[in-house]
Design a protein around this ligand. Sequence first.
Ligand code: G3I
Length: 448
Amino acid sequence: MTMPLRRLPRTAAATLVTLAALTTAAHSAVAADTLGSAAAGQGRYFGTAVAANHLGEADYTATLDREFTSATPENEMKWDATEPGRGTFTFGAADRVVDHARSRGADVRGHTLVWHSQLPSWVGALGAPDLRAAMNTHINGLMGHYKGQIHSWDVVNEAFQDGGSGARRSSPFQDRLGDGFIEEAFRTARAADPAAKLCYNDYNTDGVNAKSNAVHAMVKDFKSRGVPIDCVGFQSHFNSASPVPADYRQNLQRFADLGVDVQITELDIEGSGSAQAAAYTRVVEACLAVARCTGITVWGVTDKYSWRSGGTPLLFDGDYRKKPAYDAVLAALGGSGDPDGPGDPGGPAVTCTAAYTRTADWSSGYNGQVTITAGAAPVSSWTATVTVPAPQSVSSVWNGTPSRAGDVMTVRPSWNGTLAAGTSTTFGFTVVKNGSSAAPTVGGCTAS
Ligand code: G3I
């Protein structure tokens, strides 16, 4: 994934000055040359579904690591994979995806805790009291195992029926526990990992229709009663029979207006060439037009491993070549795949460096300072990552706006995003040592 984390040298005098001259190339007229860095320039993540069994394929992993800043295990966190027998949790495959993503500073979306599909048969055989207990045990088991490591969880997936009824879908949970199972799942989830964003995720809710109206009413009710929900996921599986709705942006916006983030969680669009590219552009533009649309995840890296590979719905073909849809998404995100190619308007690239210094040190903690320096072009915004090794924890940050995924902290400007060419700004942070005085890893300076 972009923003690779690197172990950096310490000075002999242990003043612990480290320098991470990590730059993400970008052009003065454009932001970046990968999906992840271009999306970061827009304050968003760009993710993909990841299958653990492909991580050994060099081209798959190289494409994943280069382009994407978030990963969603495609099947590895589902109930059949993680709790195949009651109380028997298996995390091996999911751990491989999570560890791979987090070691590169990427976020992880958890998918999914309560879903009628890929549900082991023992769950469907339980009576109501047992099922309620099993649901909560499952949520606690997964969220406990990954506590502090997940950006957003799809707590409940696909709980509403298709069509015009607006009704809940029949499932063991719905049929035995009633409508209240969704609320209970979210309450359990909040207690299990208070740092994770909690999402409701569904398909055919991408435009304004009876199903999305029903989800909207549920979210509105949850917000009015204080049921913990932070985000709504719009799967966005499109093809000619189910194209990008004309009111896609308006639909995202009306959910955002309820006070939740919106995320595009499983995007794929069947087709090819310019038609496919144009549809992808519409999706990206809709997300960028909605301030609370915080990220986009495509449902796979390459067409050849897509759940509907015959429809070639993704951004890379079976040989990992960028498709026209890739170029369209990158352009819509403000990036450029060919910054020095024909049509390049000229001028230096927009880059930055991040240099770390330990400015204070005491028995139980230390202060770190990161100096962000613009390259040869002016900078209008920047991000940098700070990874504090366990068991350390960051207790405060100044002159920067942090967001955290596990022990990786991404810092964006507070008031200090604009830098003239060659000039610098700093942000700082306090670390509680918890017994370890190791240096943090600072890197991933991205400028736009
Ligand atoms: O791993 C086994 C393999 O050992 C076996 O030989 C093969 C035979 O069919 O099956 C393989 O498992 C398949 C698995 O994908 C991994 O490829 C399952 O059969 C297959 O059912 C499963 O499909 C997944 C599907 O969810 C199941 O509902 C897709 O990969 C996955 O992309 C898809 O994802 C869902 C989201 O979770 C929710 N939203 C819709 C989306 C698309 O259906």
